[in-house]
Design a protein around this ligand. Structure first.
Ligand SMILES: NC(=O)C1=CN([C@@H]2O[C@H](COP(=O)(O)OP(=O)(O)OC[C@H]3O[C@@H](n4cnc5c(N)ncnc54)[C@H](OP(=O)(O)O)[C@@H]3O)[C@@H](O)[C@H]2O)C=CC1
Ligand SMILES: O=C(CO)COP(=O)(O)O
Length: 331
């Protein structure tokens, strides 16, 4: 099988390596020829996953047409706010290969999930699948056991993705709840930023457990209003990804929160992130707007929005959340 991974950030690279392990013919496309050539010369993605030798059988290229020609599957790993450009390039090339998206987020300009952007650009009948779950590139690249979920409205495609990716270190489940699976992967990043704030402020395990539990409730409430199934948020793409991102030293979203908690400004944080992407910053804006549009109560998302975009201090946000009216745990 020829499988092409679009965008050579840390996640695209780790998945390309997994697909090479499974003996597929794998192409990893970068938008920069200079960077693609530099990776080829060093056999290393030194910017995003330093320290790991790329597989000999991985084809690195910046030639988009060559990368996608005769591909049996296209894996999109371009960060959400830029993925529209990648999908437009696929349309220009009349690409008919199924898409497996592995990026997580909600587009700010349209409030669309990536499946919706793909339908808009490539058409509603274009086969699309999402593959997400608790998975950091830094661990998958070292073959640490990882489990994720593939979801599609095209059952054959979810099963195909499952069989193409699965190996002894990478376990893939399937789900028919595309909306819930996509939203779990996107929304958990917001709570990971909040978890980082808790770390940055030097607060403790009680606080983080409360955030993660109430974050999961909020994620399910908004997710249900947007068409997902509640139980999906108790699965790998919901609570699973929430746990890994809120607690991991690898998480960029959690790190953004930690820096905010330590008093850095967003400008300073963006400078420290460099080329790396923390999807939760933009997705907070999208989720806040979606919650407003659908009249869903999402106090944690609202406070994250105020901290990120309206200069509210993290301490004020936490104080607000702790002093809201007394409530039942479940309404
Ligand atoms: N890292 C991980 O462990 C995981 C990440 N994900 C998701 O995968 C997606 C990709 O993230 P990840 O690989 O981690 O990203 P990284 O932070 O490792 O790399 C950033 C990527 O974004 C690209 N990029 C930056 N700016 C632009 C732009 N203006 N236009 C197009 N591309 C741009 C970079 O390309 P360039 O080098 O050319 O600038 C690079 O490929 C995200 O949605 C993320 O949430 C999902 C699961 C795990
Ligand atoms: O999605 C991820 C883990 O499942 C990656 O999280 P970060 O983008 O916060 O590093």
């Amino acid at each position: 099988m020829k499988i092409t991974v679009l965008s050579s950030g840390s996640w695209g690279t780790a998945l390309a390596k997994t697909l090479c392990d499974n003996n597929h013919e794998v192409y990893l496309w970068s938008r920069s020829k200079e960077y693609s050539d530099a990776m080829e010369a060093k056999k290393e993605n030194f910017r995003y996953l330093p320290g790991y030798t790329l597989p000999d059988n991985l084809h690195l290229t910046a030639d988009f047409a060559k990368a996608i020609e005769n591909a049996d599957l296209i894996v999109t790993a371009t960060p959400t706010q830029y993925i529209r450009q990648t999908l437009e390039m696929l349309k220009e090339q009349n690409c008919s290969a199924p898409i497996c998206n592995v990026s997580k987020g909600i587009e700010v300009s349209s409030l669309k999930r990536i499946s919706e952007i793909t339908s808009e650009i490539l058409g509603e009948t274009h086969p699309f699948c999402v593959l997400v779950g608790p998975s950091h590139a830094e661990e998958l690249i070292k073959n640490m056991p990882t489990a994720v979920v593939a979801s599609s409205q095209f059952t054959f495609l979810a099963k195909k993705v499952q069989s193409l990716f699965m190996n002894q270190n990478f376990r893939v489940y399937t789900s028919s709840d595309l909306v819930g699976v996509e939203l779990g992967g996107a929304l958990k990043n917001i709570f990971a930023i909040a978890a980082g704030v808790i770390d940055g402020l030097g607060l403790g395990d009680n606080t983080k457990a409360a955030l993660m539990t109430r974050g999961n409730v909020e994620m399910a409430r908004l997710g249900r209003a947007l068409g997902g199934f509640e139980e999906t948020f108790n699965g790998l793409s919901g609570i699973g990804d929430l746990i890994v991102t809120c607690t991991s030293k690898h998480s960029r979203n959690r790190s953004v929160g930690e820096m905010l908690g330590k008093g850095l400004s967003m400008e300073q944080i963006k400078e420290k992130l460099g080329h790396s992407v923390a999807e939760g910053v933009a997705t907070t804006k999208s989720a806040y707007q979606l919650a407003q549009n659908h009249g869903v109560e999402t106090p944690i998302i609202e406070q994250c929005y105020q901290v990120l975009y309206e200069n509210r201090s993290p301490a004020e946000a936490i104080n607000y959340l702790m002093t809201r009216d007394a409530k039942k745990e479940r309404n």
